[in-house]
Design a protein around this ligand. Structure first.
Ligand code: KIV
Ligand code: NA
Length: 277
């Protein structure tokens, strides 16, 4: 099947064809997402929380993102792979953010980058897109600012902050972003922004009217996470299935039920004679 590109997404926006995006962090999860038909695979810095065991996305480094993106791109041929710029990188000098974007594309072979923020990152969005590095923007709840925001809270609930998010969305589009992730905003605001922009808007906790949806791999599958946000729909209890299976293995070993005859190789008759068993 044909590769998903910025042009594909543009076409789908016009045709009102929904865009399905999911995160992945390694080779097997990327292969599964690709096989399932996901259009965009995000190597999100949620990596830090769901795979690396940090309590926020803040400790994640560019090297972490590149390491995991390399594994993801090896498992993907059709989907567009986008990698998050981790904490602070989008705010560094133009040179530094360009270098980070280049590493993500050249070393890790991602299609482009995602970065959080509005006005404060606009110049860098322009620099990146001008240099040929596709940028997916991210507004609303921006988890890298969790300490500044004071928690993982819904954004754009009052007129003033809603207006600000809409304005910044338009500016990011003007600066060259090819898509926008909107996280944890009221459905009505997400709808207005989706209708106001020419680029696709991908929602997470942003209601039903976006051009696409994104969720975290481990949340969809209930794989590890203790607290799953209310905007997530879960489709399986993979975590429980895995623990049950591992527990069955551990018990088999302890009860000497594994290995069985069918898992065993035997040596030759002459060896049996020599060793007497
Ligand atoms: O890091 C991430 O997984 C994300 C998505 C939830 C949008 O940024
Ligand atoms: Na992220």
């Amino acid at each position: 099947r044909k590769k998903v590109t910025t042009r594909t997404l543009q076409k789908w926006k016009l045709a009102k064809e929904p865009i399905a995006m999911i995160t992945a962090y390694d080779f097997p999860s990327a292969k599964m997402a690709e096989q399932a038909g996901a259009d965009i695979i995000l190597v999100g810095d949620s990596l830090g929380m769901v795979v690396l065991g940090y309590d926020s996305t803040i400790p994640v480094t560019l090297d972490d993102m590149i390491h995991h993106t390399k594994a993801v791109t090896r498992g993907v041929s059709r989907a567009m792979v986008i990698t998050d710029l981790p904490f602070m990188v989008a705010h560094l000098s133009k040179d530094e953010v360009l270098r980070a974007g280049a590493r993500i594309m050249q070393e890790a072979r991602a299609y482009g980058v995602k970065l959080e923020g509005g006005s404060e990152v606009l110049e860098n969005v322009k620099a990146l897109t001008t240099a040929g590095i596709p940028v997916m923007a991210h507004l609303g709840l921006t988890p890298q600012s969790v300490n500044q925001l004071g928690g993982y809270l819904i954004q754009g609930k009052d007129a003033k902050s809603a207006e600000r998010i809409l304005t910044e969305a338009k500016r990011l589009e003007e600066a060259g972003a090819f898509a926008l992730v909107l996280e944890c905003v009221p459905e009505e605001l997400a709808r207005v922004i989706t209708e106001s922009l020419d680029i696709p808007v991908i929602g997470i906790g942003a209601g039903r009217f976006c051009d696409g949806q994104v969720l975290v791999f481990h949340d969809i599958l209930q794989m590890g996470g203790e607290r799953i946000p209310s905007f997530v729909k879960t489709y399986a209890q993979v975590g429980k299935t895995m623990v049950d299976a591992i527990q069955a293995y551990v018990q088999d070993v302890k009860q000497r039920r594994f290995p069985e005859e069918k898992h065993v190789t035997h040596w030759s008759e002459t060896m049996s004679v020599v060793y007497g068993v």
